[in-house]
Design a protein around this ligand. Structure first.
Ligand code: NAD
Length: 324
């Protein structure tokens, strides 16, 4: 039997999706990229359009679609706070109705389906680092809930389709990921710091900057997703994928200044509502079951990301929402 699969990547024109499409094409698979371009643009995958094994569909996952596929990677969802809070009801619909539509497709086609879940399902955790068994501390009525609770509901749907209809699922919980191809106006801390540094503008530090984050390089993360999809059917997750090395926001800002050679100043701003103080993955499960762990140190990954940002023309990017 041929090992070439027909693979659907929803959110395939986004930051992680576009790189995932590249990696799957490299392996010779037939890739269908589906996206409504809410937080991305066609130019992210323009370099793939003339490949005979690549197809691009403009579609919204809240609406059903009928395709014949062997695997689905479900990445469609705005991921940065400024984007998912722009239309919170739509964000929730994207997670929940998107999951229902794609699980239905997977059930009909007997396809394997992987959900790109998130560390946000742990909310503001009281346990450090967070293992998959930790149920989280999410405020269900806060401004981040549309994303956090939407992703939690999607995990529930994945598990129920698996238990009730025996759909072959995988769930990965992605922690902060950065790298070339991030949307320059996504308002996330890495892109924000780099854009401000390259423009010589002040860099905003929320709170005192002592809150920590872990940063996983894009290529490491996508490798983990593919390993999970290709792994044994008795390991469906959820599994944490992220870099367990912790850095303070202040350390990140200083590294960006150093790597970009910028003279920007760091300025302190008030901490946003529900902003988690600490978040770090326990990746024991990924290490033991997938033989996976991040390989790219922050300094190296950030260096490549700074160079990518230096190479792009910001005029070619449209801010997806006014509150970026
Ligand atoms: N990058 C991270 O640090 C991170 C962390 C945790 C989880 N994730 C998850 O990984 C996935 C990809 O994230 P990303 O960083 O590439 O973000 P991204 O915003 O670059 O990509 C998301 C893609 O989904 C598309 N999309 C949004 N709503 C859609 C809809 N209704 N129908 C079809 N397409 C839609 C967007 O246009 C975009 O191309 C998301 O599901 C996100 O929640 C990412």
């Amino acid at each position: 039997m041929s090992s070439i699969k027909r693979i659907l990547v929803t959110g395939g024109a986004g930051f992680l999706g576009a790189h995932l499409c590249e990696r799957l094409l490299e392996r010779g698979h037939d890739v269908i990229c589906l996206d409504n371009f809410f937080t991305s643009q066609k130019s992210n995958v323009a370099h793939l359009l003339d490949r005979p094994n690549f197809e691009l569909i403009r579609h919204d996952v809240t609406l059903p679609i009928f395709l014949e596929v062997d695997e689905v990677y479900n990445l469609a969802c705005p991921a940065a706070p400024g984007h998912y809070q722009y239309n919170p009801i739509k964000t929730m619909k994207t997670s929940v109705m998107g999951a229902i539509n794609l699980l239905g497709m997977a059930k009909r086609c007997r396809a394997k389906v992987l959900q790109a879940s998130t560390s946000e399902i742990y909310g503001d955790p009281e346990v450090h680092p967070q293992p998959e068994s930790y149920c989280g501390m999410v405020n269900p009525i806060g401004p981040r809930a549309c994303y956090d609770e939407g992703k939690r509901a999607a995990e529930t749907l994945f598990m129920d389709y698996h238990r009730q209809n025996r759909v072959n699922i995988r769930i990965v919980r992605i922690f902060n990921t950065y790298g070339p191809g991030m949307h320059p106006f996504d308002g996330r801390v890495v892109s924000n710091f780099i854009c401000q540094a390259l423009a010589g503008k002040d860099i905003p530090i929320y709170g005192d900057g002592s809150q920590t984050r872990s940063f996983c390089y894009r290529d490491d993360l996508v490798e983990g997703m593919i390993r999970m999809m290709d792994g044994p059917d008795d390991f469906i997750g959820p599994v944490n994928l992220g870099n367990p090395e912790e850095f303070t926001i202040l350390e990140l800002a200083e590294l960006v200044l150093e790597l970009s050679g910028s003279r920007s100043k760091l300025v302190h701003k008030p901490l946003p509502v529900d902003d988690p103080v600490r978040r770090r993955p326990d990746i024991t499960l990924a290490k033991t079951r997938l033989g996976w762990q991040p390989t790219v140190p922050l300094r190296e990954g950030l260096g490549k990301t700074v160079e990518w940002f230096r190479s792009i023309d910001l005029g070619n990017y449209r801010p997806p929402t006014p509150n970026h």
